[in-house]
Design a protein around this ligand. Structure first.
Ligand code: BGC
Length: 768
C-alpha cells in the first residue's frame, strides 16, 4: 500500500506542477482574478496538457474485467492485449471488476505503472442492489414512494461502493409501454411524469454527495428510444415521432440532467434510421447542446461496433469515427476507439478537439469523485466486510419490498390471512425458490440467497402449513447460460398439490415468471403464466376456490382467467433478497399494501402496447348501433385488465368534494384543486392520490389523460384528509406543433382519484 501511495504522490506532484504552471499562464494572459478561475476545469486542463493523443484516447476506452486477478498475469490472447493497454495508460475505466481486492489490484496498475498514473473508474450494473438485492426497479416504481426509492438507491450505492465500485449503470429511465419487452423490469414503467420523478430520486440516491465514499456515479440510460423496440423484441428497430420523443421519451432523461447525473449511456437501437450510438442529434444537439449536460456518455456494450450490423458503418474504424463525432465519449467493450481514434485524428477524420472534449469530461468526473486525491477511496476491506449484507441493508431492502407490493384483487376480504387456526396449502415451485425472486440483473448476488415465500410464511407459527410444488416453472437452462428452460409438459406434481389443497382452509399459490424470464434479451410473445402454471391454477381452484394468488413476475402479465375466478391476487413482482418476508407480512396484514401499478396490465397480449395516456383517435366509440367501424378489436375489449395507477389496500378510500379555487387561470396564475379522502375501512392505510389532466384541443393531438401530480397520504380508520394539487402554466406545457415546450390556451379537464381509471373530474380553462 505504501508503495502505491508513493507512486501516486509522484503523479500528483507532476499534475500539481502543471496545474500551477497552467494557472500562472492564465494569470499572466488575462486580467481575470485567480479566484474566478474555475478550479476544477483548470485541474482537468492541466492534466490534459500532460497527455499524449494516445493517452487521451485511452481515457475513452472501457474494458470488461479480463482476467482472474488472483491467477497468473495474462500472457496471450485478448486478456494479454488488454493488460498491456492497461499498463500503457490506454484504459480509462473497467466494468465488471468487483471486490476491494480486485479493484485495488487493477487501480494499482493504473496508478503505479502508467506514465501519468490517472486512476480508473469502476462501473457495474447495480440495477437493484449489489449483493443484497432490492425489488426490481419496476416493482420499486409501484411504491410511488420517492423517498423510499431514493433510499433504496442510496443503500445500493453504500453496498456497491464498499466493494470498490464507484459507478453504476443505472437508473434505466426508458419509458416502456410494451410488456413483451423483457427490460420493462428495469424501468419505472409507462408514465413520463412518474418516470421522471423516480429517475431523479434514483440519481439522488446513488450520487448523494460524491465526495463521500458511500456514493457512486449514476448513469441515465439508454439514450434514447430503446424501449420502443418494434414488437417488443429487444434490440429491434425504433421509429418514433418527434412528438413522442419529446413528450414521452425525453423528459425523464432531461430530469436526470437537471438533477446533476454525471453519466449517460446511449443505446443499442437505431432511432428513426440512425443508431443511437452514432446519433449526433441525440448526443450533441439535444443532450450536450440544448440540455447542457456536462458529464460524459458511455456507449452501450459493444454498441459502437454494432453500427456495422446496423448497416451504418462499414467497419470498426468507420464506427469509431461516427460514434466519436456523434458525441459518444467512452467506448464500452468495442475496442474501436483504442484501435482507431489516433489514426482517425491523424487522417483528419476526427478533430483532436473532440477527443479533448471527451477526455476532459471523463477526467472531470474522476476529479469530482476525488480519485486524483485518493484512487483507493473505495477500497477498504474492513468496510467491505462490515457493509455487504449488513442488517441495516437487509432492513432497507425489506422495507422497499413491502412498499412495492400491489394488491390487485381481494374479494370478500379473503386477505389478510388469519394468524391462527388455519390449514394453509402453499403451492407453486416459486413459493420455495430462493433464487428466482432475485430477478434479472443481480449479477453479484449468489443463488439461493433470497428468503422464499415459504420461509416467510413459516415465520408465522399460528397456522398449519403444507407445501407442494405442483409443477416446476424452470427446468434448468437452455443452451444459453442466461436463459431458463420452462417446464411445459411435466404435471406429475399436480396430484400432490390437489391433495393438500383439498384439505386446506386456504391456498396460497405462488405463480408467475422465473427471474430469468425478464431482463435484457428476454422478450416474450406470450405474457400469460408460463408453462403449465395456468393449468395448475385451474386444477387447484376446482378443488378449493379459496385461493390467494401471489404473482412473481418482471413485467405485466395477461391473466384474465385468474382475474375472473381467483378471489385474491397479490402482485409481488421479484422483490429481491427479502422477498418472502415482505410477502408474508403483507399476506398476514402486518403491512397494509399501498402499491399502485406503474404499468398497465393487458387482458391479452394482442392489446400491447397498451397504456393509459393513449390518444382518442377519430373513432373512439361505436357511434352507430352495431357498427364495426370504430377503433376496437372484434375479439377483445379495449380496456386493460388492471389500469395504470391501480392498486387496492386493506383499507377503503372514498374520494369526495373535489373543488377548484377557480375555473380558469392566466399565464402567471394558478388553480388549486382539492379533494377529500376518507378511510372508510377498519385499518390504517396509505393511499396514492393521483391527479391527471386532459388538454381537450391541441396543436398536436393530446392524450386522453396525463398524470400531473400525486401524493401519498396515510389515514387512520374514519379519518379524512384534504389533498391539494396545484395547476399552473407549467402543468399544461407540452412540446407543441411549434416544436417547443409551451402552453396553449383552451379547455382542460382535471381528474383526481386512486387510479388512472377511477376518478372525479372538473373542467377548467387557460388563457394567455
Ligand atoms: C446493457 C446495459 C448494461 C451493459 C453493461 C448492456 O448489455 O444494455 O444496460 O449497462 O450491458 O453490462
Amino acid at each position: 500500500m505504501r508503495q502505491m501511495k508513493h507512486k501516486f504522490v509522484f503523479t500528483s506532484f507532476a499534475i500539481t506542477a502543471v496545474l500551477i504552471a497552467g494557472c500562472s499562464n492564465k494569470i499572466i494572459k488575462s486580467s481575470i482574478s485567480y479566484s474566478k478561475v474555475n478550479v476544477l476545469e483548470t485541474k482537468v486542463d492541466s492534466v490534459l496538457k500532460l497527455m499524449t493523443l494516445e493517452e487521451k484516447v485511452g481515457q475513452l476506452n472501457q474494458y470488461n474485467g479480463f482476467w482472474e486477478i488472483t491467477g497468473p498475469t495474462p500472457k496471450e490472447g485478448q486478456a494479454a492485449k488488454k493488460y498491456e493497454d492497461l499498463k500503457k495508460g490506454l484504459v480509462g475505466s473497467m466494468l465488471n471488476v468487483k471486490g476491494v481486492k480486485d479493484v485495488t489490484a487493477l487501480q494499482k496498475i493504473a496508478v503505479e505503472q502508467t506514465r501519468l498514473g490517472i486512476p480508473l473508474i469502476f462501473g457495474f450494473d447495480v440495477i437493484h442492489g449489489y449483493k443484497t438485492i432490492s425489488p426490481i426497479p419496476l416493482a420499486e416504481a409501484a411504491s410511488w414512494d420517492l423517498e423510499a426509492i431514493k433510499k433504496s438507491a442510496a443503500i445500493a450505492a453504500e453496498e456497491a461502493s464498499s466493494v470498490g465500485l464507484n459507478w453504476t449503470f443505472a437508473p434505466m429511465v426508458d419509458i416502456s409501454r410494451d410488456a413483451r419487452w423483457g427490460r420493462v423490469m428495469e424501468g419505472a414503467g409507462e408514465d413520463t411524469y412518474l418516470g421522471s420523478k423516480i429517475a431523479v430520486a434514483r440519481v439522488q440516491g446513488f450520487q448523494g454527495d460524491l465526495s463521500s465514499n458511500k456514493n457512486i456515479l449514476a448513469c441515465a440510460k439508454h439514450f434514447a428510444g430503446y424501449a420502443f423496440a418494434e414488437s417488443g423484441r429487444d434490440y429491434n428497430t425504433v421509429d418514433v415521432s418527434e412528438t413522442t420523443l419529446q413528450n414521452i421519451i425525453f423528459p425523464p432523461f432531461k430530469a436526470t440532467v437537471d438533477a446533476g447525473v454525471r453519466t449517460f449511456m446511449n443505446s443499442f437501437n437505431e432511432l428513426n434510421g440512425i443508431p443511437a450510438t452514432g446519433n449526433s442529434y441525440l448526443q450533441r444537439e439535444v443532450l450536450k447542446g440544448d440540455w447542457k449536460f456536462d458529464g460524459f456518455v458511455v456507449s452501450d456494450w459493444g454498441s459502437i461496433n454494432e453500427m456495422i450490423s446496423h448497416g451504418y458503418a462499414k467497419d470498426s474504424k468507420h464506427a469509431a469515427e461516427i460514434a466519436l463525432n456523434a458525441g459518444s465519449d467512452m467506448d464500452m467493450e468495442s475496442s474501436a476507439y483504442v484501435e482507431h481514434l489516433v489514426a482517425l485524428v491523424n487522417e483528419g477524420k476526427v478533430k483532436e478537439s473532440l477527443i479533448d472534449d471527451a477526455a476532459r469530461r471523463i477526467l472531470k468526473v474522476k476529479f469530482e469523485l476525488g480519485l486524483f486525491d485518493n484512487p483507493y477511496k473505495y477500497c477498504d476491506e474492513n468496510r467491505e466486510k462490515e457493509t455487504v449484507g449488513s442488517p441495516a441493508i437487509q432492513e432497507g431492502v425489506l422495507d422497499m419490498a413491502k412498499k412495492s407490493i400491489v394488491l390487485l384483487k381481494n374479494q370478500n376480504d379473503l386477505l389478510p390471512l388469519k394468524k391462527s387456526g388455519q390449514k394453509i396449502a402453499v403451492i407453486g415451485a416459486l413459493a420455495n425458490d430462493k433464487t428466482s425472486p432475485l430477478g434479472s440483473w443481480r449479477i453479484a448476488a449468489d443463488d439461493n440467497t433470497a428468503v422464499s415465500v415459504l420461509e416467510g410464511l413459516e415465520n408465522y407459527k399460528g397456522n398449519q402449513l403444507n407445501y407442494a410444488k405442483g409443477a416446476d416453472v424452470s427446468v434448468g437452462r437452455t443452451q444459453f447460460i442466461w436463459e431458463t428452460k420452462i417446464n411445459t409438459t411435466d404435471k406429475s406434481g399436480f396430484e400432490e398439490a390437489i391433495a393438500i389443497a383439498k384439505q386446506a382452509d386456504i391456498v396460497v399459490m405462488v405463480l408467475g415468471e422465473h427471474g430469468l424470464q425478464s431482463g435484457e434479451g428476454r422478450s416474450r410473445s406470450d405474457i400469460g403464466l408460463p408453462g403449465v402454471q395456468q393449468e395448475l391454477l385451474e386444477a387447484i381452484f376446482k378443488v378449493n376456490p379459496n385461493v390467494v394468488l401471489v404473482l412473481n413476475n418482471g413485467r405485466p402479465l395477461a391473466i384474465p382467467w385468474a382475474d375472473e375466478h381467483i378471489p385474491a391476487i397479490v402482485e409481488a413482482w421479484q422483490l429481491g433478497t427479502q422477498s418472502g418476508n415482505a410477502i408474508a407480512q403483507v399476506l398476514y396484514g402486518d403491512y397494509n399494501p399501498s402499491g399502485k401499478l406503474p404499468m398497465t396490465f393487458p387482458r391479452n397480449v394482442g392489446q400491447v402496447p397498451i397504456y393509459y395516456n393513449y390518444k382518442n383517435t377519430g373513432r373512439p366509440v361505436m357511434n352507430e348501433p352495431d357498427s364495426v367501424f370504430w377503433s376496437h378489436y372484434i375479439d377483445e375489449k379495449n380496456t386493460p385488465l388492471y389500469p395504470f395507477g391501480y392498486g387496492l389496500s386493506y383499507s377503503k378510500f372514498e374520494y369526495s368534494d373535489m373543488q377548484l379555487t377557480s375555473n380558469s387561470f392566466a399565464k402567471n396564475g394558478k388553480i388549486e384543486v382539492s379533494v377529500n379522502i376518507k378511510n372508510t375501512g377498519k385499518v390504517t392505510g396509505k393511499e396514492v392520490v393521483q391527479m391527471y389532466i386532459r388538454d381537450l384541443i391541441g396543436s398536436t393531438t393530446r392524450p386522453v389523460k396525463e398524470l400531473k401530480g400525486f401524493e401519498m397520504i396515510e389515514l387512520n380508520p374514519n379519518e379524512t384528509k384534504k389533498v391539494v394539487f396545484l395547476i399552473d402554466e407549467k402543468t399544461i406545457q407540452y412540446f407543441t406543433a411549434n416544436a417547443k415546450w409551451e402552453s396553449e390556451p383552451g379547455d382542460f379537464k382535471v381528474f383526481i382519484g386512486g387510479s388512472s381509471a377511477k376518478t372525479l373530474e372538473r373542467d377548467f380553462q387557460y388563457f394567455n
